[in-house]
Design a protein around this ligand. Structure first.
Ligand SMILES: [Zn+2]
Length: 435
């Protein structure tokens, strides 16, 4: 067992306190799941923020509601409201910030239980957003409360932010909080994002994303005399041929040393998200050579690849096609750029939470990285906080599925891990009288 510098009796007291509080935690989590904070479009965000904020206040946090003023998506119909709570310790630093998003993806088809019923059956809690990631929110809030109820006070600052729009990029959520100074290296030392990592894994970061759109241009002509026109679709076909037969095989040879899970995602990749052009699919067709075609691409890149190299490679392919055929006209547009992030596995946050996982589960966690991206990019890129990870009780492969669930046992165990980690990172003193 990892001893962590906390005495065994203190560890036991904390774990017992989490167990004592667990029924209260799960029942609160059920109520949170019953609020359908669906994104898109961003429903019931005020109700969600208010529900969490009231609990934070009751647990002694100084609470702030932070609306994403000035953001286009913050509308009267679908306001974007985040909530943040802070408990100052006897000293301001270090500070540990837990962040969890309370938006959930739409329900989708195939459910056999009520997606917002929060059914508890055989140790599983069902509902949209259980694993991804309301269970993580409950675990971090009740983990800290368990410390207090065990009669301890943390030395450093503890913060909990619960944010919106993670599922659509997090711009009115964590990005907004980081941009407006609520999360940043001048005040924040450690960030734990409570996304589903599987309860005995710690996620250190994610790969990069480059979404771009290529449009090819041709010249319209009668379809019975296509030689009089220039087909934009033929041009797109040539580019797609290059993507499939040259770029994809090249990317499949590039492997990252970062432990991305699942391992298939350790290679660079590209996916064609959409192809369009020529005449609309619905409606009457007329014989025309297509003068315009477009496609949208999703390129996932590794920390070993520079973004300039990633983008340059695409530009070179297009320039080569133009060099071979002066009629090949195109333009390219960047739609989204997310740089890879990867927290150092030897930093204090990672070693401390790893020790806590070992204390609770008897084994070191697997350190992983995510094939997709999540709010860590904003914490690291905008907030410049170096020590940021994802750790939470949700089951990663349950995210976005029908009949999504999380295991009660995992919520309780992850709360223990979070509590021990907070004790260790911030330091604590016994204030005797138990609440
Ligand atoms: Zn999530």
């Amino acid at each position: 067992m990892a001893t962590q510098g906390l005495s065994v009796s203190v560890q036991d007291a904390i774990c017992r306190s989490v167990e004592t509080i667990s029924d209260e935690m799960i029942s609160w989590l059920q109520d949170l799941i019953r609020i359908p904070t669906i994104n898109p479009p961003g429903e019931n965000y005020i109700a969600g923020a208010d529900f969490i904020g009231r609990k934070l206040k009751q647990f002694g946090y100084d609470t702030h509601y932070i609306a994403a003023e000035g953001m286009a998506e913050h509308t009267p119909e679908h306001p974007r409201v985040n909530v943040l709570g802070r408990i100052n310790g006897s000293q301001p630093r270090p500070s540990l910030h837990f962040n969890g998003h309370f938006d959930v993806v739409p329900v989708g088809a195939g459910w056999t239980v009520d997606p917002f019923g929060a059914l508890l059956r055989d140790g599983k809690l069902y509902g949209r957003g259980t694993s991804d990631q309301k269970a993580g929110i409950a675990a971090s809030i009740f983990a800290i409360e368990a410390i207090h109820r065990a009669g301890f006070r943390l030395h450093g600052t503890i913060e909990q932010s619960n944010s919106v729009d993670e599922e659509s990029g997090g711009f009115a959520g964590v990005a907004y909080l980081a941009k407006h100074g609520w999360i940043g290296k001048d005040k924040t030392d450690y960030v734990i994002i409570t996304e589903p990592s599987d309860v005995d894994r710690v996620c250190l970061g994610h790969r990069g994303v480059y979404w771009f759109k290529v449009t090819t241009h041709g010249r319209i002509a009668h379809g019975s005399m296509p030689y009089l026109g220039i087909s934009a679709i033929d041009h797109m076909a040539e580019f797609l041929h290059g993507v499939t037969h040259e770029l994809k095989p090249a990317l499949a040879t590039r492997k990252t040393s970062v432990p991305v899970e699942p391992p298939g995602s350790r290679y660079a990749s590209i996916n064609v998200n959409a192809v369009f052009g020529g005449q609309p699919e619905v409606g009457t067709q007329t014989p025309c050579v297509a003068d315009r075609s477009g496609a949208i691409f999703d390129r996932r890149f590794l920390s070993e690849e520079s973004f300039e190299q990633v983008r340059g490679e695409i530009h070179t392919m297009l320039e080569d096609l133009q060099a071979k055929n002066p009629d090949f006209k195109y333009n390219i547009e960047d739609l989204m750029i997310v740089h890879p992030v990867h927290t150092d596995e030897n930093c204090k946050l990672v070693t401390t939470i790893s020790d806590s996982v070992e204390t609770i589960f008897g084994r070191r966690p697997k350190l992983t990285a995510s094939p997709g991206t999540y709010d860590q990019k904003h914490v690291v890129r905008i907030g410049s906080v170096e020590q940021c990870i994802a750790y939470g009780p949700g089951i990663l492969n349950q995210a976005h599925l029908p009949d999504e669930y999380c295991l009660i046992e995992d919520v309780v165990n992850s709360a223990k891990v979070m509590a021990l980690t907070a004790m260790q990172l911030l330091g604590a003193e016994e204030v005797s009288s138990k609440r």
